[in-house]
Design a binder for this molecule. Structure first.
Ligand code: PLP
Length: 367
């Protein structure tokens, strides 16, 4: 049987061990006689699942004690509204938020934030076709912003921050808000450098439906009156993410992924594997005259690798042959075109090697 490797950008591949454990526990979780999907979110069984998931995530990311971890619904896109609704109120109205525009996801964030305040595009990579992260020295931040929004990994464009932005000097206390939907848990980060970290779970954590928000305590309690209570971080935090029914099954699977990640040696260990996987693929692309990647070398994403066939008339044949080999979901996003291989934590290096082997063979037979 062909081994399947799934390169989906999201919802994305999960560790096989996790799916097997979930399957084994599907009908009867730990002798409770219930599936996790059938339990009250306020019962002792689910409360223990929730508590373990939160404390494992806190341990994995070394989240400091003055930050809350919230489990919400709505996805990364809803956060584009929820963030300004929670933070614009830190300043007199109308407040301004600074944005570092790096591609498709920040474009959406900017559009949404304009409904709740002013937007200052402090730096933009648009002129380069979004193939870089603007260097920190070029950021033209406002003096009194409510926050500074970045997307630390642009999932569609394949551009990633390989530095931790510091903003204190020119913005006073403006906190950095980072959309880490497709980067979270792939590398070691210093949470204390951020005010808010958010992300949908379906890239590197678990199933769609769970949204993670990590927020510093002093940023709670500033929600605009228009903010729905279920998305007011202070209310959610005060109710330990149980203000309304949280996405219980997604939290359970995320918890299994956190345990799996701890068995892999944690984030520092998986980061080393991610570096090796990305190097294997980028080195191959750079040495090839059949394929290319257009992103500046020091801004390339370790998680999402967009690439093109130089002769795009081969695209359909490439995708069909890849599928035949068990290499799934490598078609690029429609806004960028070409191909994209997403190589999140759950993708083993064997999968990347299988992709490279296939690409090499395809190139030799179509050159
Ligand atoms: C996938 C993604 C989102 C959108 O998440 P949804 O859950 O679909 O709302 C937002 N930001 C980034 C960087 C993403 O990769």
């Amino acid at each position: 049987m062909t081994t399947i490797y799934n390169f989906s950008a999201g919802p994305a591949v999960l560790p096989k061990e996790v799916l097997q454990q979930a399957a084994a526990e599907m009908l009867d979780w730990h002798g409770s006689g219930m599936s996790v999907m059938e339990m009250s979110h306020r019962g002792p069984e689910f409360m223990s699942i929730m508590a373990a998931a939160q404390s494992d995530l806190r341990e994995l990311l070394a989240v400091p004690a003055n930050y809350k971890i919230l489990f919400l619904q709505g996805g990364g896109l809803a956060e584009n509204a929820i963030v300004p609704m929670n933070l614009m109120g830190r300043k007199p109205q109308p407040a301004t938020a600074d944005f570092i525009h790096t591609g498709s996801w920040t474009a959406k964030s900017i559009k949404e934030a304009r409904k709740y305040g002013n937007v200052n595009i402090a730096a933009s990579a648009e002129a380069s076709g979004f193939n870089v992260v603007p260097v920190r020295a070029s950021w033209n931040l406002s003096k009194d912003a409510a926050y500074v929004h970045i997307c630390s990994n642009e999932t569609i464009d394949g551009v990633e921050y390989h530095f931790t932005p510091e903003v204190g000097d020119d913005t006073g206390e403006a906190p950095i808000v980072a959309d880490m939907s497709s980067q979270i848990l792939s590398r070691v980060i210093d949470v204390s450098k951020y005010g808010v970290i958010f992300g949908g779970a379906q890239k590197n954590i678990g199933p769609a439906g769970l949204t993670i928000v990590i927020v510093r305590d002093d940023l709670l309690g500033h929600a605009l009156p228009c903010c729905p209570s279920a998305f007011d971080w202070k209310i959610v935090a005060d109710n330990d993410s149980m203000y309304n029914t949280p996405p219980t099954y997604a939290i359970y699977i995320a918890g299994l992924v956190f345990q799996w990640l701890k068995r892999q040696g944690g984030v520092a260990a998986i980061e080393q594997k991610n570096i090796a996987k990305a190097k294997l693929l980028y080195d191959f692309l750079d040495a090839s005259d059949f394929y290319l990647n257009r992103i500046e070398k020091d801004c390339r994403s370790r998680m999402n690798v967009p690439f093109f066939l130089r002769d795009e008339t081969h695209n359909a044949a490439f995708l069909a042959a890849a599928k035949e080999r068990g290499l799934l979901q490598i078609k690029g996003h429609k806004s960028v075109g070409g191909m994209r291989a997403s190589i999140y934590n759950a993708m083993p290096i064997e999968g990347v090697q299988a992709l490279v082997n296939f690409m090499q063979e395809f190139a030799s037979s179509h050159a």
